[in-house]
Design a protein. Structure first.
Length: 151
Protein backbone atom coordinates (compact mmCIF):
# COMPACT_ATOMS: atom_id res chain seq x y z
CA UNK A 1 0.00 0.00 0.00
CA UNK A 2 1.26 3.45 -0.88
CA UNK A 3 0.18 6.63 0.88
CA UNK A 4 0.72 9.80 -1.12
CA UNK A 5 0.84 13.38 0.08
CA UNK A 6 -2.81 14.13 -0.71
CA UNK A 7 -4.06 11.02 1.08
CA UNK A 8 -1.97 11.83 4.14
CA UNK A 9 -3.31 15.39 4.16
CA UNK A 10 -6.91 14.13 3.87
CA UNK A 11 -6.29 11.64 6.69
CA UNK A 12 -4.94 14.38 8.96
CA UNK A 13 -7.94 16.60 8.18
CA UNK A 14 -10.36 13.76 8.92
CA UNK A 15 -8.64 13.01 12.23
CA UNK A 16 -8.66 16.69 13.15
CA UNK A 17 -12.43 16.88 12.65
CA UNK A 18 -13.20 13.69 14.58
CA UNK A 19 -12.98 12.57 18.21
CA UNK A 20 -10.37 9.95 17.39
CA UNK A 21 -7.35 10.37 19.65
CA UNK A 22 -5.12 7.64 18.24
CA UNK A 23 -4.84 6.15 14.77
CA UNK A 24 -2.53 3.40 13.53
CA UNK A 25 -2.17 2.40 9.88
CA UNK A 26 0.10 -0.47 8.91
CA UNK A 27 1.15 -1.41 5.44
CA UNK A 28 3.49 -4.02 4.07
CA UNK A 29 6.57 -1.86 4.53
CA UNK A 30 5.42 1.02 6.77
CA UNK A 31 3.61 1.87 9.99
CA UNK A 32 1.93 5.23 10.61
CA UNK A 33 0.90 6.20 14.15
CA UNK A 34 -0.97 9.43 14.83
CA UNK A 35 -1.94 10.64 18.29
CA UNK A 36 -3.89 13.70 19.22
CA UNK A 37 -3.71 15.29 22.65
CA UNK A 38 -6.34 17.60 24.07
CA UNK A 39 -5.31 21.24 23.86
CA UNK A 40 -5.39 21.58 27.66
CA UNK A 41 -2.92 18.70 28.08
CA UNK A 42 0.37 19.12 26.26
CA UNK A 43 2.04 16.09 24.81
CA UNK A 44 4.16 14.30 27.38
CA UNK A 45 7.73 14.56 26.23
CA UNK A 46 10.38 12.70 28.17
CA UNK A 47 12.57 15.25 29.90
CA UNK A 48 16.30 15.03 29.57
CA UNK A 49 17.96 14.24 32.86
CA UNK A 50 20.61 16.88 33.43
CA UNK A 51 23.93 15.69 34.65
CA UNK A 52 24.88 17.01 38.04
CA UNK A 53 28.16 18.87 37.93
CA UNK A 54 29.90 20.35 40.93
CA UNK A 55 28.91 23.94 41.42
CA UNK A 56 31.71 26.35 40.65
CA UNK A 57 29.58 29.43 41.11
CA UNK A 58 29.52 30.81 44.60
CA UNK A 59 26.17 31.67 46.17
CA UNK A 60 25.20 35.31 46.33
CA UNK A 61 26.80 37.11 49.24
CA UNK A 62 24.60 37.25 52.32
CA UNK A 63 23.08 40.64 52.93
CA UNK A 64 23.96 42.45 56.11
CA UNK A 65 21.61 45.10 57.41
CA UNK A 66 20.61 46.71 60.68
CA UNK A 67 17.46 45.33 62.35
CA UNK A 68 14.65 47.81 63.01
CA UNK A 69 15.24 49.74 66.22
CA UNK A 70 18.83 48.47 66.67
CA UNK A 71 21.08 50.54 64.45
CA UNK A 72 24.15 49.24 66.29
CA UNK A 73 23.58 45.62 65.12
CA UNK A 74 24.05 44.06 61.70
CA UNK A 75 21.82 41.22 60.50
CA UNK A 76 23.30 38.49 58.34
CA UNK A 77 20.48 37.50 55.98
CA UNK A 78 19.92 34.38 53.88
CA UNK A 79 21.13 34.91 50.30
CA UNK A 80 18.87 32.05 49.12
CA UNK A 81 16.14 29.66 50.19
CA UNK A 82 17.55 26.63 51.97
CA UNK A 83 18.03 24.73 55.21
CA UNK A 84 20.04 26.43 57.97
CA UNK A 85 22.80 24.47 59.70
CA UNK A 86 24.93 25.78 62.57
CA UNK A 87 27.64 23.10 62.19
CA UNK A 88 29.38 21.32 59.29
CA UNK A 89 28.01 17.96 60.53
CA UNK A 90 25.68 16.84 63.33
CA UNK A 91 28.51 15.54 65.55
CA UNK A 92 30.77 18.57 65.05
CA UNK A 93 30.76 21.82 67.04
CA UNK A 94 28.75 24.79 65.79
CA UNK A 95 30.51 27.46 63.74
CA UNK A 96 29.63 30.31 66.13
CA UNK A 97 28.01 30.80 69.53
CA UNK A 98 26.48 33.93 71.03
CA UNK A 99 29.37 36.01 72.40
CA UNK A 100 31.94 34.73 69.86
CA UNK A 101 34.02 37.28 67.98
CA UNK A 102 34.16 36.69 64.24
CA UNK A 103 36.46 37.98 61.52
CA UNK A 104 35.66 38.89 57.92
CA UNK A 105 35.39 35.70 55.88
CA UNK A 106 34.80 33.44 58.89
CA UNK A 107 32.06 30.85 58.34
CA UNK A 108 28.95 31.60 60.39
CA UNK A 109 26.63 28.83 59.19
CA UNK A 110 25.72 26.68 56.20
CA UNK A 111 22.66 26.92 53.96
CA UNK A 112 21.83 23.73 52.11
CA UNK A 113 20.10 24.39 48.81
CA UNK A 114 19.46 21.63 46.28
CA UNK A 115 21.89 19.27 48.01
CA UNK A 116 24.69 21.87 47.86
CA UNK A 117 26.19 23.14 51.09
CA UNK A 118 26.78 26.90 50.91
CA UNK A 119 28.94 28.45 53.62
CA UNK A 120 27.69 31.83 54.80
CA UNK A 121 30.63 34.00 55.84
CA UNK A 122 30.88 37.16 57.93
CA UNK A 123 31.19 40.31 55.86
CA UNK A 124 32.28 42.32 58.90
CA UNK A 125 34.32 41.69 62.02
CA UNK A 126 32.01 41.58 65.00
CA UNK A 127 30.55 39.82 67.99
CA UNK A 128 27.69 37.33 67.63
CA UNK A 129 24.78 38.83 69.56
CA UNK A 130 21.98 36.49 68.50
CA UNK A 131 21.41 33.39 66.36
CA UNK A 132 17.87 33.83 65.04
CA UNK A 133 17.27 30.41 63.44
CA UNK A 134 17.22 26.91 64.93
CA UNK A 135 19.53 24.28 63.46
CA UNK A 136 17.93 22.31 60.61
CA UNK A 137 15.21 24.89 59.99
CA UNK A 138 14.15 25.88 56.44
CA UNK A 139 14.76 29.57 55.73
CA UNK A 140 13.47 31.97 53.11
CA UNK A 141 15.43 34.35 50.91
CA UNK A 142 16.49 37.48 52.84
CA UNK A 143 15.45 36.01 56.21
CA UNK A 144 17.62 37.25 59.10
CA UNK A 145 19.92 34.47 60.37
CA UNK A 146 22.41 36.00 62.80
CA UNK A 147 22.88 39.41 64.43
CA UNK A 148 26.39 40.81 64.81
CA UNK A 149 27.66 43.81 66.75
CA UNK A 150 30.44 45.42 64.69
CA UNK A 151 33.84 45.70 66.40
Amino acid sequence: MQLDHTQLKDLLTLLGESDIREFVLEGKDFRLELRRYPSDQPEAVPAAIPSVAPSTASPPAPRASAPPGRSDLIEVRAPMVGTFYRAPAPEEPVFVEVGDRVQVGQTLCILEAMKLMNEIEAEIAGEVVEVLVENGTPVEFDQPLIRLKPL
